[in-house]
Write a protein that binds this ligand. Structure first.
Ligand code: S3P
Length: 425
C-alpha cells in the first residue's frame, strides 16, 4: 500500500497510544513459563507480538481471548516440544528472546523468519548461549536455526554491546541453568525483563549495567501493559515540528531506560510536560503534553543511545527542524535493525530536502532546513522508517509518497487512524 502525505496546519487533541511492543513480547513469553494463568491487559496488536503469541501457543499455551484488549495465557501444559518449525516473522525480539527459552529445554526446535529477519545477526545470542552449553545448527549465524535442547550452566558474560535482546535472552536461559547467570553491558539497555522478572518473583539482582539471575520459577501474575513510548515518539515529534500543535498522549511508558527521547528533546528546548505519573505493573507511566517548539540542535551519544535506539530515525526528522548541527554517534548497531537505518534515514530524508551526512556510527544533521517534499520515499520493509517519513511529510512543502506503507503493521497498525484523530488541516 503506497500512501501520499501532505502538509497539515496543526495537531490538537488527546490520543491514547497502543501497548508497548517490548513489554508485550515479554508478557507473552514469560507467562508461558509460569505453569499457571496470566491475564494480560492492553497488549500490542502489531504483527511482531502476534508472532510471539503464536509461538507460545505452539509451545503448549492455551490462549483465551477475553475481549479485544484482554487475554488469558494458560501455561499449565507449556512448554512442550512444538510440532512445527516456529515462525518469528519480522521480529528480532521474538527470535532472540525465545532462543534463550528453547536452548535449555529437553526437546529440539527450529526457528525461521522473513527475508529481512533472515539477514540479521544472531551470533550475539548464539555465541553466549553456546558458552552456557547450548547447541545450535545454523548457517553463518543466520535464520533458519535449529536448537538442540541441552542442559545449561550459568556464565558470567561481559557483552561488548548494550542490548536488551541479548540480555533478556541470557536471563531467560539463566532461569533454567545451574548456578548464576550474569550479564554485564557497557551501558544500561531497556530493563523491562528485569522489572517483569522481579514482578513475577524470579531470583534476580539488578546492579545497573550488571544483572544476575539464579535458577528460578516465574509465578503467574496479571499484567497491564502501558503505551509504547517508541510509538508515541512519532506523535511527540510531529507536535514539536508542526506549527501551533498542542497534544496530550495518554498512558505512555516512561521507564528511564526507554525515555532518552524525552531527555534529548528537552535539551533541544522542547515544550514537553509529564502529567499524572504513576506505576502500572512495575513500570512508570505518564500522560505527555507536547507543544510546537523552537528546537535547537544537540549531540546524542554514549549511554543515551540504548535509551532511544528505536527513536533515532524520527529524532533525525526533528533535527532537520532544529537550529544548528545535530550529531548522532555510537549508534553503529542501527545498521543491524530491520533495515540499515543510518543509510535509510540519510537517503530518504535527503530526497525530500534535508541536509544529512552519514558517518560509520551515526548521522550529522543540519538545521533548520525546509523540507521540500515532492518525492517518492522507500521504507526498506522497515516500520520505523515508514513512520518517520510520514512525520517528515506533515511539514513538507509538497506532498510525499511513501511506498509499501503497510510495513507499519509490524508495530503500529493503529498509526494512521490515530493521526487522523488529531489533524487540523
Ligand atoms: C528490544 C531491544 C532493542 C530494540 C528492539 C526491541 C527489546 O534491540 O531495538 O526494537 O524489546 O528488547 P537491541 O537489544 O538489539 O538493541
Amino acid at each position: 500500500m503506497d500512501i501520499n502525505v501532505e502538509k497539515i496546519n496543526s495537531l490538537k487533541g488527546e490520543i491514547e497510544i497502543p501497548a508497548d511492543k517490548s513489554i508485550t513480547h515479554r508478557a507473552f513469553m514469560f507467562s508461558a513459563l509460569t505453569k499457571g494463568k496470566c491475564r494480560i491487559t492492553n497488549f500490542s496488536q502489531g504483527e511482531d507480538c502476534i508472532s510471539t503469541l503464536k509461538i507460545i501457543e505452539q509451545l503448549g499455551c492455551d490462549i483465551i481471548r477475553e475481549n479485544e484488549k484482554e487475554l488469558i495465557i494458560d501455561a499449565k501444559n507449556a512448554i512442550k516440544a512444538p510440532c512445527v518449525p516456529l515462525n518469528c516473522g519480522n521480529s528480532g525480539t521474538t527470535t532472540r528472546l525465545i532462543s534463550g527459552i528453547l536452548a535449555g529445554q529437553n526437546f529440539n526446535s527450529k526457528l525461521f523468519g522473513d527475508e529481512s529477519l533472515s539477514k540479521r545477526p544472531m551470533k550475539r545470542v548464539i555465541a553466549p548461549l553456546e558458552l552456557m552449553g547450548a547447541n545450535f545448527i545454523h548457517n553463518d549465524f543466520r535464520l533458519p536455526i535449529e536448537i538442540k535442547g541441552s542442559i545449561l550452566k550459568g556464565i558470567d558474560y561481559i557483552s561488548p554491546l548494550a542490548s536488551a535482546q541479548v540480555k533478556s535472552c541470557l536471563l531467560l536461559a539463566g532461569l533454567n541453568a545451574e548456578g548464576i547467570t550474569s550479564f554485564t553491558e557497557p551501558y544500561k539497555s531497556r530493563n523491562h525483563t528485569e522489572l517483569m522478572f522481579e514482578y513475577m518473583g524470579a531470583d534476580i539482582k539488578d546492579e545497573g549495567n550488571r544483572v544476575s539471575v539464579k535458577k528460578s520459577r516465574l509465578h503467574p501474575v496479571d499484567i497491564t501493559i502501558c503505551g509504547d513510548i517508541s510509538s508515541a515518539a512519532f506523535f511527540i515529534t510531529a507536535a514539536l515540528i508542526v506549527p501551533n500543535s498542542d497534544i496530550i498522549i495518554k498512558n505512555v511508558g516512561i521507564n528511564e531506560t526507554r525515555s532518552g527521547i524525552l531527555d534529548v528533546y528537552k535539551s533541544m528546548n522542547a515544550d514537553i510536560e509529564l502529567l499524572n505519573e504513576r506505576i502500572v505493573s512495575n513500570e512508570k507511566v505518564a500522560d505527555i503534553r507536547v507543544k510546537y517548539s523552537d528546537l535547537k540542535s544537540t549531540v546524542i551519544e554514549g549511554s543515551l543511545i540504548p535509551r532511544l535506539i528505536d527513536e533515532i530515525p524520527v529524532i533525525s526528522v526533528a533535527a532537520t527542524q532544529a537550529e544548528g548541527t545535530t550529531v548522532i554517534k555510537n549508534a553503529q548497531d542501527l545498521r543491524n535493525k530491520e533495515a540499515d537505518r543510518i543509510t535509510a534515514v540519510r537517503t530518504e530524508l535527503n530526497k525530500i530536502g534535508a541536509d544529512i551526512e552519514e558517518t560509520e556510527d551515526g548521522l550529522i544533521i543540519q538545521g533548520k532546513t525546509k523540507l521540500t517534499g515532492n518525492a517518492e520515499c522507500e521504507c526498506y520493509h522497515d516500520h520505523r522508517i515508514a513512520m518517520s517519513e510520514y512525520v517528515a511529510g506533515l511539514i513538507s512543502e509538497s506532498p510525499i509518497r511513501i511506498k509499501e506503507f503497510q510495513w507499519v503493521n509490524i508495530s503500529f497498525p493503529e498509526f494512521l487512524n490515530l493521526f487522523e484523530q488529531i489533524y487540523l488541516y
